[in-house]
Design a binder for this molecule. Structure first.
Ligand SMILES: C[S@@+](CC[C@H](N)C(=O)[O-])C[C@H]1O[C@@H](n2cnc3c(N)ncnc32)[C@H](O)[C@@H]1O
Length: 304
């Protein structure tokens, strides 16, 4: 069970078995893309037990991959829900100042409660900051609004970095490509996943997404009628910066590397905006390091 599930069971008395209907409703609306926010406390609770473990892990993965060495003291967490992204960032950055934007007052007050409980040294604000922040993050929230251009115009004036995370479906990725185009015309630098600013080379039946393993607690399995102790969460993202990055990377792995007896098959989106699918054999000097690479990693050195 993760730290938040333990906390809500012990301190708030939330009982997963009472929220099964709310979970089914949430899931139905989510699949039909009808959902914005939560209808009631039961849906918030269902989110903690079934969606939070996944969105939290995705945030952690992207922080580890891209942000952990940046100077981040403040974050604008837009559509924060129960505070997922701020909680994940707080694992890496101490004394973080969080600005929480959330339409659902109940979810927002839980976000404040959770952040203050687990990270008492953080400063938590409830509004758009009047000053600039280091990072603005939309964790699974930008896709829920139609006036995204206006919102991005506003937050981009205030943030050095902008991270947008969405579910890893082709439809969400298409939306992210539109956002990418929009941000590039605003002069933003793209830090990931693309190592280039050309058009996306993936063809219509393929799209850029990644995946994390999410452990499932007993309660999580009970709600989903699932038996497996983990699930895969697919996600897509775009990370923009006001500060250009010295980019010498060869490209990014856009599929899970396939390990065979004596060789590895890779699929890489290169810095020239092309897809290449090299086979690296055991005799290659890069074989050892590439064996450790995972889907989503950057490849530093040129491969034939
Ligand atoms: C899928 S949830 C994601 C929650 C959280 N960021 C996470 O990653 O777990 C999307 C959140 O965006 C919020 N949201 C949607 N439209 C909004 C708006 N116009 N203003 C503020 N929050 C909004 C919803 O209420 C919901 O909490």
């Amino acid at each position: 069970m993760d730290f938040l599930q333990q906390y809500v069971l012990q301190h708030l008395g939330w009982l997963p078995k009472n929220i099964k209907d709310a979970y089914l409703e949430l899931q139905q609306e989510y699949r039909a893309r009808e959902r914005t926010g939560y209808k009631n406390l039961e849906q918030i609770q269902a989110y903690v037990f079934t969606r939070f473990p996944a969105t939290y892990r995705v945030c952690l993965k992207l922080i580890e991959q891209h942000l952990k060495d940046f100077e981040i003291h403040s974050v604008l967490d837009w559509g924060c829900g129960i505070g997922t992204a701020s909680l994940a960032l707080s694992e890496y950055f101490q004394n973080l100042e969080c600005f929480l934007i959330e339409q659902d007052q109940q979810a927002k007050s839980y976000a404040m409660q959770f952040i203050k409980h687990f990270y008492p040294n953080n400063i938590v604000n409830q509004d758009i900051p009047s000053k600039n922040v280091d990072l603005c993050i939309f964790s699974y929230s930008l896709g829920e609004v139609s006036n995204w251009q206006t919102i991005l115009d506003d937050v981009w004036q205030k943030a050095n970095y902008l991270l947008i995370i969405e579910p890893g479906t082709s439809a969400h990725y298409k939306q992210l490509l539109t956002v990418r185009e929009y941000m590039l015309t605003k002069g933003a630098y793209l830090l990931g996943p693309c190592c280039h600013t050309n058009g996306c080379p993936l063809k219509s039946n393929d799209w850029c997404h990644f995946s994390v393993n999410v452990p499932r607690s007993k309660e999580h399995r009970m709600l989903k009628n699932g038996e497996r102790g983990f699930e895969q969460e697919a996600y897509s993202y775009m990370l923009f910066s006001k500060i250009p990055k010295n980019n010498n990377d060869f490209g990014r792995l856009v599929a899970k590397p396939r390990l065979h007896g004596g060789h590895i098959d890779l699929k890489i989106c290169t810095k020239d905006g092309k897809i290449t699918t090299p086979t690296v054999s055991r005799s290659s000097k890069h074989y050892k390091s590439l064996k450790k690479c995972v889907w989503g990693d950057v490849i530093k050195h040129e491969l034939p």
